[in-house]
Ligand binder design. Structure first.
Ligand code: ADP
Ligand code: X2W
Length: 262
């Protein structure tokens, strides 16, 4: 099966989003979509007088920001994506991690930084994979917002790349899973300013070097950490590519970055 994560810069671009959803709707076989929406949450918050606070690509989620992201990710973005997929003949069902208790999480403990209502997932073993498998067997396409819950009544904000990684890992016992991180650039770039400088392949040693050189930074660091965690835990293949490459990933003729452990 294929699990696709779509990032905030595509969600925020109506033409690119529609083109991506057309391609996603046409993928054969069981599939699942995870969406972000950080950019839309920041913009909506600013309209409401809530200034975004980010540390190392992660949002500090105070009580009012939790309300904001629950509305934006679980409501606006999730339901718009589901409605568009339905119009394209894809029988999508919009979910958060609270629904069917699929992704229980814990509020991140306060160390040097208080991330507020940010949720950490213990690991793939805590995912309710059986509920997801039942939805997939019923021919539905789950569409996940980047929200989890603490099982005590509170929603939590969880990075969408992490959600994609833990869901992929949890489903890897029942399926051969391909995990595809789609975003606005052509892949992991050697030089952030040059969209043609795609690094075609990264293993763990190369990742360490790229991080030390500062070639990968910001949101790419949690994305690659999540991608390697998925490979370490049984996901068959992980790709990072431009959203427009999705229909060509099976041909091998696309621009993007493949990952491997060694
Ligand atoms: N070497 C790199 N190649 C490509 N993007 C990079 C690199 N280093 C940092 N980035 C940044 O990482 C971002 C992707 O992470 P993120 O903002 O979390 O995106 P998404 O919303 O798609 O999850 C890119 O938009 C880019 O600004
Ligand atoms: C805790 C945390 O940082 N959550 C993320 C969830 C959204 C997300 O991951 O969106 P993108 O994929 O578009 O970046 C946030 O609120 O920004």
């Amino acid at each position: 099966m294929i699990i696709v994560k779509i990032g905030g810069n595509i969600l925020d671009n109506p033409a690119r989003l529609q083109a991506f959803l057309i391609d996603f709707a046409q993928l054969a076989g069981p599939k699942l979509l995870v969406h972000g929406g950080g950019k839309i949450a920041s913009a909506t918050g600013q309209r409401l007088g809530i200034t975004p606070k980010m540390v190392e690509g992660r949002r500090i989620t105070d009580a009012e920001t939790l309300e904001l992201v629950t509305m934006v990710y679980g409501g606006l973005v999730n339901k718009q994506v589901v409605a568009k997929l339905q119009a394209l003949g894809c029988n999508a069902i919009g979910l958060t991690g609270a629904d069917a208790n699929i992704i229980p999480a814990r509020k991140r403990p306060v160390k040097t930084i208080d991330y507020g209502f940010a949720g950490d997932v213990d690991g793939p073993e805590s995912i309710n994979a059986k509920a997801l498998e039942a939805l997939l067997e019923a021919g539905l396409t789950p569409v996940f917002a980047p929200l989890t819950h603490d099982t005590q009544g509170s929603m939590l904000n969880t990075n969408a790349d992490t959600i994609a990684s833990v869901l992929a890992t949890a489903l890897a016992t029942a399926f051969t899973v391909q995990l595809v991180y789609c975003f606005e650039k052509k892949g992991v770039l050697q030089n952030a300013g040059d969209d043609n400088a795609v690094i075609p392949h990264i293993n763990q040693d190369k990742y360490k070097a790229l991080k030390e050189e500062g070639v990968v930074n910001a949101g790419m660091v949690p994305k690659l950490d999540n991608a390697f965690a998925a490979l370490q835990q049984g996901v068959a293949q992980v790709l990072i590519c431009e959203a427009e490459s999705l229909p060509r990933i099976h041909t091998g003729h696309y621009s993007g970055t493949t990952l491997s452990l060694n």
